[in-house]
Design a protein around this ligand. Structure first.
Ligand code: AHG
Ligand code: MN
Ligand code: MN
Length: 338
């Protein structure tokens, strides 16, 4: 495989030689995504100077206040795909309906699902944010995406990944052959291989959750977190707690150091907050490819059949053993309630 420092596009071209099923089209598509990532990264690095802070005054399809950077990021991806010949439709958090790219037909074979800017409330406090992408290939012969093309299980993803705008900017992706991370060298404007074949520890010692919602959780979730906080040194407990409030940043840390991130359902809101097609499924794909797990608490995230493009799911994601333990608590809780 590649050497540390290999530019993203060269790495993809080399991967194409080893795996003939990887195509030029796919390499071009990832380079379009990386270009949008570079534009967002550059804009973000000037966020304190440029007039990009604050809200637009609009609300998005989720009923949440839209930040100016959400719009900039959404547009950066649209521009990257327009006339790029690969993407026929983009499903994004910021647009209620899928965005079609008729100019990319009939050559385009891909639908991209995007959270263009994840964790955007961190922007005003100079905290890390991210972009999340999920890529599906449509059937050969199809000219426009049907509902069946749009509502596909996470297991069918051709590739998925994220860009983290942190103390450095990183692009992490998988196309089903492991997980690779690239760090942006701002001097030359290229993503360079920095983390090859990333693997998540089987078990960690950190949990990551918005604990302010504790009283709103169902009792199995409360019991699981209570368990991780217990003093049991022989069992590696208590766990530490870390919460950035940006899924990309919290899952990236979990991928590197192990443990579990959760955004559970609540008694009054069983579906939780995190969106299936452009948050849970792509992050689940990456973490599974690194040897970890992603679950709703009772079901594998990648096996959920979506019914709506902006659908939400509870999520428990991270080290295999930590997610399995959470599932035990959630399943036991189900029996309690019967
Ligand atoms: P987004 O900024 O794309 O709407 O996503 C925010 C999500 C996710 O990134 C994060 O983990 C979670 O919301 C934080 O929510 P709380 O503020 O409820 O903890
Ligand atoms: Mn998000
Ligand atoms: Mn977002």
């Amino acid at each position: 495989m590649g050497n540390i420092g290999t530019p993203l596009i060269r790495f993809l071209l080399e991967e194409q030689q080893d795996h003939p099923e990887a195509t030029d089209e796919f390499t071009t598509l990832l380079s379009q995504i990386s270009r949008a990532g570079k534009m967002i990264s550059r804009k973000m690095s000037r966020a304190g100077l440029a007039n990009v802070l604050g809200v637009t005054g609009d609300v998005n399809v989720q009923g949440e206040v839209v930040k100016k950077m959400d719009i900039y990021a959404n547009d950066a991806f649209k521009q990257a795909f327009q006339h790029g010949a690969q993407v026929i439709a983009m499903v994004t958090e910021e647009d209620e309906d899928p965005v079609a790219f008729p100019e990319n037909q009939p050559s385009g074979r891909y639908i991209v699902y995007l959270d263009p800017l994840d964790g955007s409330s961190n922007i005003d406090v100079n905290g890390p944010v991210g972009s999340i992408f999920s890529i599906h290939r449509i059937n050969d012969g199809a000219s426009r995406p049907t509902n069946t093309d749009l509502l596909r299980k996470g297991l069918d993803q051709a590739a998925a990944g994220y860009i983290l705008y942190g103390s450095s900017t990183m692009l992490v992706y998988s196309c089903g052959k492991g997980v690779h991370g690239f760090t942006l060298d701002p001097d030359i404007g290229e993503f360079l291989l920095s983390h090859e074949n990333m693997k998540i520890p089987t078990r960690g010692n950190v949990y990551s959750v918005n604990e302010g919602h504790y009283q709103k959780w169902i009792s199995p979730t409360q019991r699981f977190i209570d368990h991780l906080r217990e003093h049991a040194p022989d069992d590696g407990r208590p766990y530490s707690s870390r919460y950035i409030g940006a899924l990309v940043a919290d899952v990236h840390r979990t991928l590197l150091t192990g443990g579990i991130y959760l955004y559970p359902g609540e008694a009054e809101k069983p579906e939780g907050k995190i969106r299936l097609l452009y948050e849970s499924a792509p992050m689940g794909y990456v973490v599974e490819q690194a040897g970890g797990s992603a679950s709703t608490g009772t079901e594998r995230i990648l096996n959920i059949q979506p019914t709506a493009i902006h659908q939400r799911t509870p999520i428990f994601i991270g080290s295999h053993d930590d997610v399995s333990l959470a599932e035990t608590f959630m399943r036991d809780g189900k029996e309690d309630r019967q």
